[in-house]
Design a protein around this ligand. Structure first.
Ligand SMILES: [Zn+2]
Ligand SMILES: [Zn+2]
Length: 379
């Protein structure tokens, strides 16, 4: 219905990525789909810590017994950081340190870990980690208030980035080259997905930005790639789903790696319509050993990967269709490419990923325990 009871016209303009290509050939499915569930991680420890700090500053004192168990865990973590003291069940704060702590966070809704952005000596804004790693590494083109800047320095220790304004028109943008390694998994739950045992839990993720590519605006053609003199590394705990996927008889190691990498990409892409996940809410990494970990991008977690665990069958069905219906040689932006790939969309095989996924769906592989990821990870 348009305005004033008149007829309205709605135009949906589709782009050229995997999900839009998927719906372009299935408009009925697009218009008849149910609204995806929303997701949230109410006990994100990083967010909870800020709330506890604010509560102690306001009330002066807390009774540990009055808090639900999930919040008590945050209080204990803060005691370990020297911000709070627990005597019997009373929680006392070091007010000076708590105030400094609050100041270092980006407000009550933030997961903290801020990088403040300076142009010369003037602070122009801030960016949260881990996004700051991808957007503000030296050499990155960064847009602030619609104006382009170039980052000249990112000091993670000091939580500071220095940028310089780019004057005039620019026709390029940058994308980070990075790897992700999952160093630890503390299981909270599991389920099977065909022969794959999926484990959901707390995961420790280490991001390492090693360089970046410069791409031409519009065409997306890579103009150059640059390695950082000093790679940037940052670790954090979040939540994620890990599984070890079978090898359906792919003997070439490069092809196997490319298959798992492509499958990781497409599973995240297909999570968008199934779980209502935004582009940047999930990250992923794959290993030559067949391990794929899909994790919440925010420190502490945001609930998205838990929905991936719950809805993996629907995600797999859409992933299979995306890959089976693409007519490209062996990987393109309409199937397995991702704008957030840490490897500039290299080492991807649509055909190989389809073989791996089908071996899972047809239960054509022996059950696989999770075990430990091995080999060089690809994000
Ligand atoms: Zn394709
Ligand atoms: Zn990738």
């Amino acid at each position: 219905m348009g305005r004033w009871g008149r007829a309205g016209l709605v135009l949906t303009v589709l782009g050229d990525d995997a999900i839009e290509a998927y719906f372009a050939s299935r408009p009925g499915e697009y218009f008849e789909q149910s609204i995806p569930p929303s997701y949230i991680e109410p006990y994100n420890i990083e967010v909870v810590k800020t709330h506890i700090a604010a509560m102690v500053l306001e009330r002066g004192l807390l009774d540990l017994r009055s808090l639900p168990p999930e919040l008590r865990e945050a209080v204990k973590a803060m005691e370990g950081e020297g911000l709070l003291r627990i005597v019997d069940s009373k929680v006392y704060g070091d007010f000076k340190r708590l105030r400094a702590y609050m100041e270092s966070r980006g407000g009550l809704r933030s997961t903290g870990h801020l990088v403040r952005i300076y142009d010369e000596s003037e602070e122009i804004g801030f960016r949260e980690l881990p996004e700051a790693l991808y957007d503000l590494h030296p050499g990155a083109v960064y847009y602030h208030a619609g104006r382009p800047y170039m980052s000249v320095e990112l000091d993670l220790e000091a939580g500071k980035a220095v940028v310089r304004r780019i004057t005039g028109e620019i026709n390029f943008y940058t994308r980070p080259l990075y790897t992700v390694d999952v160093e630890a998994i503390k299981p909270l739950g599991e389920r099977s997905f065909g022969p794959v045992k999926l484990v959901y839990g707390e995961v420790k993720v280490t991001v390492r930005v090693e360089g970046y590519v410069v791409k031409e605006e519009g065409s997306g053609v890579t103009l150059s790639d640059v390695l950082l003199r000093r790679p940037l590394t940052w670790s954090y705990w979040t939540k994620g789903v890990a599984g070890r996927y079978p090898n359906p008889g792919i003997t070439d190691l490069t092809l196997a790696i490319s298959s798992y990498h492509a499958l990781e990409h497409v599973l995240i892409t297909a999570s968008k319509p199934v779980a209502g996940v935004a582009d940047t809410d999930l990250g992923g990494v794959s290993y030559p050993s067949g391990h794929i970990v899909i994790y919440d991008s925010s420190p502490g977690g945001n609930g998205a990967s838990r929905l991936v665990l719950e809805r993996i069958e629907s995600i797999a069905r859409i992933s299979e269709e995306i890959m089976a219906s693409c007519t490209c040689e062996d990987g393109c932006p309409r199937c397995v490419f991702s704008p957030y790939c840490g490897n500039n969309n290299e080492m991807l095989s649509r055909r190989g990923a389809l073989r791996v996924l089908r071996s899972v769906l047809l239960k054509a592989a022996a059950p696989l325990e999770l075990g430990k990821p091995e080999g060089e990870p690809l994000a």
